[in-house]
Design a protein around this ligand. Structure first.
Ligand code: AKG
Length: 286
């Protein structure tokens, strides 16, 4: 309740302070609403946002165990970029369904969500491969082209070990720019944006603690430098599309020839309803 004095102040000065303060719980609610609003705004304007949460110690340990097991079992292969990860090793599927991740993906994709892909980007310490600047949409047979990538860090990502970098706002006109095909074994992916040099100085780095993730738009210009530091930089990507889009397994064949790896994927319905007659491999909503 306002005191008589406060009411007087309001009348004479035109402003008075409250006589009470909101409870801790209500302040937390306010903060959450603000963070959610700012997060959605950043994603829309910049094309990338960081998660508001970090996975628990236990979940980070599970991630590490799955990665170490995978690296041990595939030690004679190139593991700097591995596509179709959960198809190769089913242990990686459950991480894509962690509620901490799905609740944030829902805020960006909506209620009807299909998980359609996963990759490992495990840059070795010293000589870890560069990921050339590209737009994800150049690689994917999704119609209409809509998808959100979760980039989940397993290692600490610093400025030194080749963090994901992006050009804020480069997704806004929703067009695929021209790419060239590289013929090099020193890169993780072979498509590279043609006219990137003049805007490279606008790049921002995504610095993450283990267990945090970023989310980026399918049209965003992004890439990462080689890792010349002494610390490995491992992260997983999970790709989610709205179930209003169609994943074209047949049309994918043309892109496969260009990028040099298979795009045949298991599609997992994570929430809501498939609205585009997709070939769903597993329905997790029931
Ligand atoms: O982690 C990287 O080096 C690149 C990741 C990337 O290109 C992607 O998530 O689409």
């Amino acid at each position: 309740m306002l005191s008589d004095n406060q009411i007087k102040t309001y009348k004479t000065e035109g402003l008075t302070k409250s006589s009470t303060c909101l409870s801790e719980d209500k302040i937390k609610e306010l903060n959450n609403a603000l963070e959610k609003y700012l997060e959605e705004k950043t994603y829309k304007t910049e094309g990338l946002t960081k998660s508001s949460t970090c996975l628990s110690e236990d979940k980070i340990k599970e991630l590490n165990n799955a990665l170490e097991k995978y690296l041990e079992e595939h030690k004679d292969e190139n593991t700097e970029f591995v596509s179709g990860l959960y198809e190769r090793d089913n242990d990686f599927l459950k991480f894509a369904m962690y509620p901490e991740i799905i609740s944030e993906v829902k805020q960006l994709v909506g209620e009807d969500i299909i998980l359609w892909g996963s990759s490992l980007f495990c840059k070795k310490e010293k000589n870890g491969k560069e990921t050339p600047w590209h737009q994800d949409g150049e690689y994917w047979p999704i119609k209409p082209l809509e998808s959100v990538t979760v980039w989940l860090s397993i290692d600490e990502v610093t400025e030194e070990n080749g963090p994901l970098q992006y050009i804020p706002g480069s997704h806004l006109d929703k067009k695929l720019a021209e790419h060239n095909t590289l013929n090099s074994t020193n890169v993780t992916l072979n498509q590279t944006l043609k006219n990137i040099d003049e805007i490279k100085d606008q790049a921002k780095s995504v610095i993450l603690k283990p267990g945090m993730f970023s989310m980026h738009d399918v049209y965003l210009f992004h890439g990462s430098r080689a890792n010349n530091s002494g610390k490995r930089r491992a992260g997983l990507t999970y790709r989610y599309m709205p179930a209003t889009s169609f994943y074209d397994h047949v049309g994918a064949k043309i892109i496969e020839d260009k990028i040099g790896y298979s795009l045949q994927r298991q599609l997992h319905l994570i929430s809501g309803v498939d609205k585009s007659s997709n070939k769903i491999y597993q329905d997790h909503t029931k």
